[in-house]
Design a protein around this ligand. Sequence first.
Ligand code: CO8
Length: 260
Amino acid sequence: MAYRNLLTRDDGAVRTITVNRPDKLNALNLDTLNELTLAFSQAAHDSSIRAVVLTGAGDKAFVAGADIAEMNTYTPTQALSFSRVGQALMLTIERLGKPVIARIPGYALGGGMELAMACHLRIASAKAKFGQPEINLGLIPGFGGTQRLLRLAGRGAALELCLTGKQIDAARAHALGVVTDVVEPEQLDDVVKDLAEQLAASAPRAAAGILDAVLSGGECAIEQGLDYESQGFALCFATEDMREGTSAFLERRKPAFKGR
Ligand code: CO8
């Protein structure tokens, strides 16, 4: 389907979703949030897609935040609705059940950093910059940034970044655990492609079980988290992929997972 603010492309089992507002550094207006929600729902329900890459058009920005021009006129009621649509999108991404990689060529600020943090893995160009600058606009993060930054990097970093609104470079974001890897700009596409292909070739039931156990386990007592893990582990034994993976090991060959 044709989107106004997104580009989508399939390479085998990898779908790339690109926020395509480069003139506005890919800022998220309501229309873009709604289109992203639709695009991710479609990726979730398409069994031929096993991994998703999310990025922004151009090399200057992943996403430079929520659209400040649009927000400038919001009433508190509209702001609440905008925040809820954004938060629901972030949950849709986080709970997609398939691995999502954020490819971050440049600025990931405000809602852009929040969007990146909702993804499961984040690969940043060495030129990327991160920050939660909402406080400089008289705002607080509204798409889950206070919560996901807290969980990813701890209370100290969450308070530091949200209270100061300062930008940090990719190396500091990596040191804080906010990004998975930092690569030279010219390596970004190859690194993301290799990672996405690796994830897309893995057993989907196993990937879904890992996502569920890690994401749900972070929110509950360890006993309940261990229960999620046991159930996910047991479910794998109902798949052909588990027989294939273990047989391939014993037969000293590479497994070919079929998603069954
Ligand atoms: N919203 C709208 N337009 C933007 C945004 C944005 N977030 N960021 C950049 N743009 C636009 C600029 O207005 C400019 O447009 P134009 O050419 O028409 O004037 C164009 O993109 C290029 O930007 P700059 O000229 O500013 O480029 P620079 O290289 O000089 O600066 C920066 C790049 C540093 C990234 C700068 O653009 C900047 O600071 N952008 C804003 C960053 C920011 O504050 N982001 C946080 C926004 S608030 C937020 O995300 C809250 C999320 C939760 C909302 C929930 C609410 C209910």
